[in-house]
Design a protein around this ligand. Sequence first.
Ligand SMILES: [Zn+2]
Length: 203
Amino acid sequence: MSYPPPVEELVEAFEALPGIGRVSAERLTFHVLRDARSGGSLRDALARCLAEARRCVECGNVSEGDLCPVCSDDERDATTIAVVEEPRHVESLERAGVFSGRYHVLMGALNPADGTEERHLSIGALVERVRKGGVTEVILATDPDKEGEATALLVLEALESAGLPDLRVTRLARGLPAGSAIEYLHKGVLEDALEDRRQVRRR
Ligand SMILES: [Zn+2]
């Protein structure tokens, strides 16, 4: 037995999202069908987000205009770039108020299991950005888990191959809870990890 096509299609669309299994997808589908108001606001928010959200041309973060608020803020230190995996990591660092530089958002981490490869990450754009000049330090602020470490190494290699002799490349301090995600760390832990960052450049 299966649902009528319009219903089945929505179940499958929910199911295709990360972290949603078949049962949750059915639950969400019947919730929006039952509750017209939440169904309508989901439809409107989804349409608006798809139509109006874009990626900042400078850092790759989600943005409403061409430049995100951080990149358009002249008060931010443009000499230091923190490389993060996702927009939500920018949010965490901004909420903690521990970083005054700029960001570069890769939009993912190296993860062969979910099909995220080097070509999906905006590493080339980062190298171009640093090549333009004015950047003295890149902080690898990817998660301290397996994927985050592999991604940090990939970015490090790309920066090393690009030459850029005066560029400092650092990694958040060790001592972060292993396998933790930046977004769940407290302000104090993030502050220490940034403060005690170490040089990782080898050549
Ligand atoms: Zn930006």
